[in-house]
Write a protein of this length. Structure first.
Length: 212
């Protein structure tokens, strides 16, 4: 399924979710360190304000050690505190385990280091401020929220320059098949434009009713 996802883009998968009446698209998460699309199974991390608590281990290290090659680590840090949820050494550790990338609902840092590593980081924002004394990890591989989407460990995710799209494991086959069909129709329309057909004909009523 991951190899099929990587041949799609977030727009086709988002359209498939719309067609099937499902939720999963999240916008506003920026791609900071590579130009590569990523896809994989989800490993989750939940972070919270320290409020006097301290970490017994470094943030996200348990998720990195739990991840299988090709997995994507997804971090929720919705505290509003300007403190990094991901950094350069975490990226190096994840890369060494063949993690496909990280998606952070919150700030990330060391983005130049991540770029040198060619490790994909998608995040809500960026910062230089450390998590030390500000943020603690409260759960690994528990359900989290990214945007307005509930994300469960083992779900699938596809991320590119347009958006991040999550698909529940139980729905992945029909979502991918629907997205493949939509993408094929889009490519047929693009080919018609290349052949000189008027755009008003190509982008007509058929396009408006594509998802019905």
């Amino acid at each position: 399924m991951v190899s099929r996802l990587l041949k799609l883009d977030s727009c086709a998968v988002s359209d498939a979710l719309d067609k099937l009446g499902l939720k999963g698209s999240v916008t506003g998460l920026e791609r900071f360190s590579t130009d590569r699309r990523i896809a994989g199974r989800v490993v989750t991390v939940t972070l919270a304000a320290a409020e006097g608590r301290s970490n017994t281990r470094h943030l996200c290290t348990a998720a990195i050690e739990a991840a299988q090659p090709g997995d994507v680590i997804v971090v929720e840090q919705r505290t509003g505190i300007d403190a990094a949820s991901w950094g350069g050494n975490l990226a190096l550790g994840a890369k060494m385990r063949d993690v496909a990338g990280v998606i952070v609902e919150g700030p990330a840092r060391d983005l130049d280091d991540c770029r040198k590593l060619d490790f994909p980081v998608y995040a809500r924002s960026h910062t230089a401020r450390t998590a030390r004394g500000r943020i603690v990890e409260v759960a690994t591989n528990e359900p989290i929220t990214v945007g307005d989407v509930t994300v469960t460990p083992g779900d699938y995710v596809l991320a590119d320059a347009s958006a991040v799209v999550f698909v529940r494991a139980a729905e992945i086959e029909r979502v991918v098949a629907t997205a493949e069909s939509i993408m094929a129709r889009e490519e047929a329309m693009a080919q018609a434009l290349r052949e000189g057909k008027p755009i008003s004909q190509v982008m007509g009523a058929n396009y408006e009713h594509m998802l019905k």
